[in-house]
Design a protein around this ligand. Structure first.
Ligand code: HEC
Length: 716
């Protein structure tokens, strides 16, 4: 029976792809000619990549097939380009008319000759780097949008900027957030029917999420849709008012920290659009604070406490922002289970019927297939091992929770933890194999409620005792065991059979986004600095190259003068690396973000990767009583861990404090930590968050860790 459906499904898919092959080749296009019709007709111009996920359906499937099982072995470097700054690289390049538009950390934009890599122009939005402290997950940027000769970028300080594609000059600029609040923008804008749509981030620190649409030509605001209620449950005068009056408000307490802390729900990544249904889809984020007991402590009378529209897929009308439907993946989220992950549209043959579906693999570990016209849940199945829920009830659409998971009486080690079973790394779909390729991982974390009175000290406004997770792991064996629990996997998921068809295991979590191609291949970068091609049908490895840095953003493909290229970006940084997931023993140079491009017969070479042994000499002896060092650890974990790494082990993109000079001296340390000496390098002052005594406790912990890990010669 199953087999029969599989065969029928395969036949139908072949028919679909045959018809897209028949799509007449369209004439070449310039940046000025990119519009909705051009993006919708993307298959007629397989050589360009006009939108973040290539098409509005965000399948990340390239119809190019010159690079295939027969030729992939001859893939070599065509060119590379070093960008101007280091830190995480998450951008998918856009390519049109021989030009590549790509972003780096700190929201910088670059136009490169897509054939040679030669720089045409650079745009630096000059963000105040001390705002980097508001970026939960590194000062990354996932790319630009292009429309009628303009290139759009969202900046880490909350602006949306339109640049002229020809020379990178500013056409218009809008501040999209209240800059007195810890908002950030890392996501790529999308342009739908002449409106640039942009969301934001900040739910870790306490903001109210929304997306806004701006006129692409004038920059004038068209509409805004909030994802959490107005603090007084009053109308905002925005597109979301009706949805909150009818549905949203009744799912939040009248009291609770959501009213002061914004509630969260920030839409920081996924968007897709169906031009036929004229519906756009947006993924929304976690609650703020994370801990639902503090956020919205009770259900309002006659309501529930689901907290709409957290962790949801929202279907909206792109002209007005009008609500169409929603599906909430994690009601009353308490684990940072965002549903901002990649939303992908496809037509699937399910039970003998062609269904127009939207698919998502959000952080919570279930793969959802929804009818994208109505929001009806068709299936939801775990694509990784998880323990917070045992399944999803298809009748109600609700998860079947593990009662221990809400850590009411005791801490709970949740799988997945806040980094999810799948994060921002984009997945891909091949209409030929019918498979969705998910960059998945296992990253557990302990959850426990914050100590009474802790608010105010806690930098990350989560309502959790952050210092308890990942927990003090004093001995080497425990650290090894904790690391061994972390795994990565590429999952080739069959969305119709609802199970993996094949998988590839990785030694580390946090591997790259995926590209599928008509050459029968899938490409994926990995945390261990490789880029690989796999047979899309079997998972057999076909090619591998060393990228020197992790290449995570998800490759893309284009064609110029009859040659197909595979492009990706690479660099140290991004959330997992900063929080200390990637201890490195050597540092390489230069530590800059990079674009790397391959073609068949490419003969270029990456520059020699110079590595230096770290000088494992602490800047001073360990000092302080155990209580001071213990307090230092708690304060470090709450305030510093997100950038300087768990156990003070750097992930490569930011200075390793164990071997830095300033912790060796009380005054030098104070100048950096409390007086903002390095604010322009992204190290904000913590004055107001830490007292001088607390800073000294943190310093004692840093030197304690440095002396623990020092090279044997320096230890005595
Ligand atoms: C948002 C990210 C972020 C956070 C959070 C953060 N730092 Fe930094 N820190 C940086 C960056 C960026 C630098 C600059 C230099 C670099 O890249 O190496 C830096 C530099 C430093 C230095 C200077 C090292 C030297 O070269 O002597 C010290 C000391 C330091 N940080 C301590 C702390 C402490 C203590 C905390 C917590 C209270 C903290 N940092 C939190 C990003 C951060």
């Amino acid at each position: 029976m199953k087999l029969r459906w599989a065969i029928m499904g395969g036949a139908a898919l072949l028919a679909l792809s045959a018809c897209s092959e028949k799509e007449a080749a369209l004439p070449a296009i310039t940046a000025a000619e990119v519009d909705g019709a051009a993006i919708a007709a993307a298959d007629g111009r397989p050589g360009v990549w006009l939108s973040h996920g290539r098409t509005y359906s965000e399948q990340r499937y390239s119809p190019l097939n010159q690079i295939n099982a027969d030729t992939v072995g001859d893939l070599g470097l065509a060119w590379y380009a070093d960008l101007d700054v280091g830190r995480g690289m998450e951008a998918t390049p856009i390519v049109v008319d021989g030009v590549m538009y790509v972003t780096s950390a700190w929201s910088m934009v670059y136009a490169l000759d897509a054939k040679t890599g030669e720089r045409k122009w650079t745009f630096d939005p000059k963000v105040d780097k001390s705002r980097g402290v508001f970026a939960c997950c590194d000062v990354v940027n996932r790319g630009v949008a292009i429309w009628q000769g303009k290139v759009f970028v969202g900046t880490i300080d909350g602006r949306l900027i339109a640049l002229n594609a020809s020379d990178g000059s500013v056409a218009w600029e809008q501040v999209t957030v209240d800059q007195s609040k810890p908002y950030t923008i890392t996501g790529a804008p999308r342009v739908i029917k002449g409106k640039v749509v942009i969301g934001n981030g900040g739910a870790e620190l306490g903001v109210r999420g929304y997306i806004t649409a701006y006129d692409a030509v004038t920059g004038e605001k068209a509409w805004r849709f909030y994802t959490t209620p107005n603090p007084d449950k009053k109308p905002d005068g925005e597109a979301s008012d009706k949805a909150f009056a009818e549905k949203g408000n009744a799912t939040w307490s009248d009291e609770g920290r959501w009213r002061t802390d914004g509630g969260g729900g920030t839409a920081w990544d996924a968007m897709a659009y169906d031009p036929d249904l004229d519906i756009m889809y947006v993924g929304t984020g976690n609650g703020s604070p994370w801990n639902y007991r503090l956020r919205s402590p009770s259900a309002p009378e006659g309501g529930n406490n689901d907290n709409l529209f957290l962790s949801s897929i929202l279907a909206l009308k792109p002209d007005t922002g009008e609500y169409v439907w929603h599906y909430q993946t994690t009601p009353s989220d308490t684990w940072d289970y965002t549903a901002t992950q990649h939303i992908m549209l496809a037509d699937l043959e399910i039970d003998g019927q062609t269904r127009k579906v939207a698919m998502q693999a959000p952080k919570n570990g279930f793969f959802y297939v929804l009818d994208r016209e109505t929001g009806e849940l068709l299936s939801a199945d775990a694509f990784q091992k998880i323990n917070w829920a045992t399944g999803v009830d298809l009748a109600t659409g609700r998860p079947i929770e593990n009662p221990a998971a809400r850590f009411a009486d005791s801490p709970f080690e949740a799988v997945p933890g806040p980094l999810g079973s799948h994060n921002w790394h984009p997945m891909a779909f091949s209409p030929e194999t019918g498979l969705v390729y998910i960059p998945a991982h296992t990253l557990p974390q302990i959850f426990t409620s914050e100590q009474p009175g802790a608010k105010g000290q806690v930098y990350w406004n989560t309502g959790l005792e952050f210092a308890a997770a990942p927990g003090p792991t004093p001995d080497e064996a425990m650290r090894k065991a904790a690391r061994a629990a972390l795994k990565g996997q590429l999952v080739a998921w069959d969305p119709v059979a609802k199970k993996p068809r094949w998988t590839v295991d990785y030694p580390s979590p946090w591997n790259g986004g995926v590209l599928a191609t008509a050459g029968g291949l899938v490409f994926q970068g990995s945390f261990d600095t490789a880029l690989r091609a796999y047979d899309a049908a079997t998972g057999e490895k076909k090619w591998e190259t060393n990228t020197q840095y992790p290449s995570l953003s998800g490759p893309m493909s284009y064609e110029i003068d009859g040659e197909q290229y595979i492009a990706t970006t690479a660099g140290w940084g991004t959330a997992f690396s900063l929080t200390g997931g990637a201890p490195i023993d050597k540092v390489g140079t230069p530590e800059l973000g990079r674009v790397i491009v391959y073609k068949v017969g490419g003969k270029a070479e990456l520059p020699e990767y110079l590595t230096m042994e770290l000088d494992r000499t602490p800047a001073g002896p360990s000092f302080g009583a155990p209580q001071q060092i213990g307090l230092g650890q708690v304060l470090y974990d709450r305030n510093c861990l997100v950038c300087h790494g768990s156990l003070v082990v750097s992930g490569g993109a930011i200075q390793d404090l164990r071997w830095a000079q300033s912790p060796g001296d009380k005054d030098s340390f104070r100048k950096v930590v409390l007086e903002g000496q390095y604010a322009s390098a992204g190290m904000a002052s913590f004055a107001g968050k830490l007292t001088a005594d607390e800073a000294e406790a943190v310093r004692s912990y840093i030197l304690f860790r440095a002396n623990e890990d020092a090279a044997p010669a320096a230890a005595n």
